[in-house]
Design a protein. Structure first.
Length: 323
């Protein structure tokens, strides 16, 4: 049965398409789950013209449909592709026509560049992969780029961050059109969480430069600190432990790590807190003590600032619900 405003879905594939991003759209909208009582979609994968298109990883796809197929779609989805940052004029016109007639468009990862080039993101909030948000903002200054979220609902235009965030957006669209029960069931079939808290920041590796180990005293101190993160530390106490003056210690620490002792220490404590949230059932208050924050409120503050979510939200995402 075809239900709702998303009964007809077309994926617009450009040369150099990313197979994973395409696969996400095919899995969510192209898989027939009607035998389980779930909505199905009239689904098609289209190109600039019918025929062969290459993928990012070298193998080819044979497409039955060209741009004319988009005219019947309730939703046109654009996955990441090599050509997506500078799409042909015919593609831009087809995307504009889709929105003009009242249908919806969505992008996965760098597919947002095609929507932006078509002018569909002007004066709208949007996102893309965190590694490309600065470029998107520079190339299209009228786009209100949000680098922190997993997806943006600016109906009728929807954008998602990198790769798996496309799943989050697809499930969001199912939730909007068919309700939470349908979205949850599809998520369960795909073995993914029906809703992830937080944003892209929790997936960005924190910049903690590796120290240059030629400085033996400092290398030994860093090892000692990481083994004693629950203790209270100051620049003065660490300098005394390293048998240096505070000024010399601060200078040599920055030269070795690229950051200040305080910033590095918070980063190490957050890494420990992340591991404990992933691997234990301990309460947030206990984890705050063990990682050296000594206050759940302070742990939450640093989590929000650097990781973009809460400790409990991080635990639900990376470990699942705990008893």
């Amino acid at each position: 049965m075809v239900l709702g405003m998303l009964g007809n879905v077309a994926v617009l594939v450009l040369d150099g398409v990313d197979p994973f991003e395409l696969g996400v759209l095919c899995e969510v909208f192209g898989t027939d789950r009607s035998a389980d009582g779930l909505p199905s979609h009239d689904f098609a994968v289209c190109g600039l013209t019918p025929g062969r298109v290459r993928t990012k990883t070298g193998f080819g796809l044979e497409l039955e449909h060209g741009l004319d197929r988009l005219a019947a779609a309730d939703l046109v989805a654009v996955p990441a592709a090599a050509d997506v940052t500078d799409p042909p004029a015919a593609v831009l016109e087809a995307l504009r026509a889709t929105v003009a007639r009242g249908a919806r468009v969505m992008s996965v990862c760098s597919g947002a560049f095609a929507l932006a080039a078509a002018g569909l993101l002007d004066d709208r909030r949007a996102t893309t992969h965190w590694m490309a948000t600065a470029e998107l903002a520079a190339r299209f200054p009228r786009v209100q780029v949000d680098p922190n979220v997993l997806y943006v609902d600016a109906d009728p235009v929807f954008t998602s961050a990198g790769s798996a965030a496309g799943i989050d957006l697809c499930l969001h669209l199912l939730r909007r059109e068919h309700g939470a029960a349908v979205a949850n069931m599809v998520a369960r079939r795909m073995v993914v969480p029906p809703h992830r808290e937080g944003g892209q920041a929790q997936y960005v590796a924190m910049p903690l430069p590796s120290p240059r180990l030629e400085d033996d005293r400092l290398a030994q101190l860093l090892d000692w600190i990481t083994a004693h993160l629950a203790d209270s530390h100051t620049v003065e106490s660490l300098a005394a432990h390293a048998l240096m003056s505070p000024r010399t210690f601060a200078r040599r620490f920055r030269a070795a790590t690229g950051t200040t002792p305080a910033h590095w220490l918070v980063g190490q404590r957050l890494l420990l807190a992340q591991r404990l949230l992933e691997q234990t059932d301990e309460p947030v208050e206990t984890i705050a003590d063990r990682s050296g924050f000594h206050s759940a409120a302070l742990l939450r503050q640093h989590f929000a600032r650097r990781i973009g979510t809460t400790p409990q939200g991080y635990r639900r995402t990376f470990r699942g619900q705990v008893a």
